[in-house]
Design a protein around this ligand. Structure first.
Ligand SMILES: [Zn+2]
Ligand SMILES: [Zn+2]
Length: 335
């Protein structure tokens, strides 16, 4: 099979021929139909994640079909449409797993980090890492929902925000353009915040009720003039942008970050104390939460805007993603 591997930290991608992997007893082999490129793939590409063995095939936004199942796998069969996201498996025996909190598993595996991911024609994954894909969703549309989608959907649905509350989505990019759609469909008064005024029309098209051009006005002040946000979902990996919008969080509200900037945030603590405001984060979710995301997306017609690339074009696609030139998710499609 064809696969795109990272030979060593910091190296260019290499397209290689490999044997099609055989699933172990508790694994499933997936024939990949589409795999999204996520900003977090940079951790593997640049060697910024501890414990990754190289060469490594990245990719944790995988959509495809079950191609073979290990002898102990009972819940999947050949032909099932499935996805594999960031959460690539758990141990079932650590304290967190025994509480059913699989995303916090002490031995959790990350797809494309701890084992080879979806920049390939096939991958094998533990049976517990799979999510069903509903018929209504194309593989190309489903792929980015397995990381970008679940992270925005799951963070919002687990937040304190309730229908009618003011929710701001900071950044209209790969994560943000999905966050706006989910926020609108969940019944929130939805504010899109961007430093790119040319994204205003798109933000309204995606469901935003308001647009704040943060290159012109102070987004925090603007949100306070609307009453303060219950949740500011920070989707752009910029410490400056996050620090500058904390002031828009309302009483009992939260800056909820799902993007990971390289530098620490600078936050004025007094408003946190006086208004019970908080700053927090959210990981993606379990495979079952991925399934909820995919089902909701099919129900409400939430889809990502994507650009597709072949496996041979992985370098170009990755570079375009890193340079913020992809509108809005890059997806690899094996030929
Ligand atoms: Zn991701
Ligand atoms: Zn565990």
């Amino acid at each position: 099979m064809k696969a795109v591997e990272i030979p060593e930290p910091g190296a260019e991608f290499e397209v290689v021929e490999r044997d099609v992997p055989e699933p172990d007893a508790e694994e499933v082999r997936v024939a990949v139909e589409a795999c999204g490129i996520c900003h977090s793939d940079a951790f593997v590409k640049e060697g910024q994640w501890p414990g990754v063995d190289y060469p490594r095939v990245p990719g944790h936004e995988v959509a495809g079909r079950v191609d073979a199942v290990g002898e102990d796998v009972t819940e999947w069969e050949e032909g099932d449409r499935v996805g594999v996201g960031w959460h690539g498996g758990h141990c079932f025996t650590c304290d967190a797993c025994r509480r059913g909190d699989f995303i916090a598993c002490e031995n959790a595996q990350v797809t494309g980090f701890d084992y080879d991911g979806g920049y390939a024609e096939y991958l094998t994954a533990p049976h517990e890492a799979l999510a069903k894909i509903p018929d209504e969703l194309d593989a190309v549309d489903a792929a980015p929902l397995l990381c970008a989608g679940i992270t925005t959907f799951n963070s919002l649905r687990n937040s304190e925000a309730r229908p009618g509350d003011l929710v701001a989505v900071q950044g209209v990019g790969g994560l943000g353009h999905l966050g706006i759609q989910y926020a609108y469909e969940a019944g929130f008064e939805t504010v899109a915040v961007s430093t790119s005024p040319e994204k205003e029309d798109l933000a309204y098209e995606l469901g935003a009720d308001h647009f704040i051009d943060a290159s012109e006005v102070d987004a925090g002040e603007e949100l306070q003039s609307m009453g303060g946000a219950k949740v500011v979902l920070a989707t752009a990996p910029s410490a400056d942008a996050m620090s500058s919008i904390v002031s828009g969080v309302g009483v009992d509200g939260k800056l909820l970050t799902i993007a990971v900037p390289g530098e620490p945030l600078s936050v004025d603590v007094q408003p946190l104390v006086t208004g019970r405001r908080s700053v927090g984060g959210w990981p993606s979710g379990t495979p079952h939460a991925s399934e909820d995301t995919l089902d909701f997306s099919a129900l409400r017609d939430v889809t990502p805007k994507v650009e597709t690339f072949s496996l041979e074009e992985a370098d170009d696609a990755y570079a375009a993603m890193m340079d913020n030139e992809v509108r809005f998710r890059a997806v690899l499609v094996p030929e």
